[in-house]
Ligand binder design. Structure first.
Ligand SMILES: [Zn+2]
Length: 309
């Protein structure tokens, strides 16, 4: 029985079936989203291992809850996700495909490192990319779903002096930025705990890499989330609501049809998420790989700062 459960294919299928049934019942996903989440989840479980899967699970559960949080109030503000907040395959692949690729990257680099073909650090760089993309997507989703409740009016990321209605594409608020930092810190904590207590489950090769996980996660979440707002504000198709003045990606707002004002017509929120998750991943790889550059840079600034005071 134990052998049966420890086989990662069987245990993975059991865990996915359980979580899939639960998230479908809670209304996190529709059928297409369920099938794609099963696919992405199982691949990450099998290739990246339990720690990587836990990070992905944090994203999945926290965004599911955040999307459902005060859903009716969001409906009234015209900022709610469509279809009662059920995510479809487009959402799941938009946020899951890059982490999945990096998870496969971890697996392949570990196998190559075993035969001495590549440095063991390569798996950590891939892991950095994995964390970077999930941290970005988590930060973006949580910041969007919670940030709309900001008491102060949000501002446009491309023109911070301009106040805009909540839900506007590219709108940023202090609350949203705080939530983004929280998402990064949560993922950083989860991974650091795995690395400290069960180092075999995380592809780290030194204690310096363990120390790097937390700042890597917070930085990628924060920068990736703001890049997402920026890409959205510049490229995403957007419409103006002639009733309330909101700039939105919805063709209907305040009960009326909206007017197209800019962006690329085929460039939807899923494309924005895919783009920012790729950039978050790239940043994660750079931060993970540039360990020494990073430490040297920090020392440099520290020396400069302490000598000037
Ligand atoms: Zn409106």
């Amino acid at each position: 029985m134990i052998e049966f459960l420890s086989s990662s294919v069987i245990s993975g299928l059991i865990v996915m079936a359980f979580l899939g049934a639960l998230s479908y019942r809670l209304g996190f996903v529709d059928i297409s989203g369920l099938i794609s989440a099963f696919f992405v989840g199982f691949t990450v479980w099998y290739t990246g291992g339990v720690a990587a899967f836990t990070v992905l699970l944090f994203f999945f559960i926290s965004s599911g809850i955040a999307t459902k949080y005060k859903y009716r109030a969001k409906m009234r503000k015209n900022v709610a996700q469509e279809a009662k907040g059920k995510r479809s395959w487009k959402n799941v692949f938009g946020s899951g495909i890059i982490p999945m690729m990096f998870s496969i990257g971890i697996f392949v680099s570990q196998r190559l490192a075993e035969v001495g073909a590549v440095s063991p650090s390569l798996a950590f760089w891939m892991f950095g990319g994995f964390i970077g993309s999930v941290a970005t997507t988590s930060a973006d989703t949580l910041a969007s779903e919670i940030g709309v409740f900001s008491k102060r009016k949000p501002r446009l990321i491309t023109n911070l002096r301009r106040k805009v209605p909540a839900g506007t594409i590219g709108a940023v608020s202090l609350l949203g930025e705080g939530v983004a930092l929280f998402a990064g810190a949560a993922i950083g904590t989860i991974v650091s705990l795995y690395a400290l207590f069960t180092p075999g489950l995380v592809p780290v090769t030194s204690s310096a890499e363990i120390l790097l996980i937390f700042p890597l996660s917070v930085l990628t979440a924060f920068i990736g989330c703001n890049l997402d707002s920026l890409i959205g504000a510049v490229f995403q198709n957007r419409y103006v609501c002639e009733i309330c003045g909101a700039i939105t990606d919805k063709e209907f707002h305040c009960g009326y049809e909206t007017k197209y004002v800019g962006g690329f017509k085929q460039f939807t929120n899923a494309h924005v998420n895919l783009g920012s998750s790729g950039m978050g991943a790239a940043l994660g790889v750079v931060l993970g790989a540039g360990l020494f550059v990073w430490i040297l840079g920090f020392l440099f600034f520290w020396v400069v700062a302490s000598s000037s005071s």
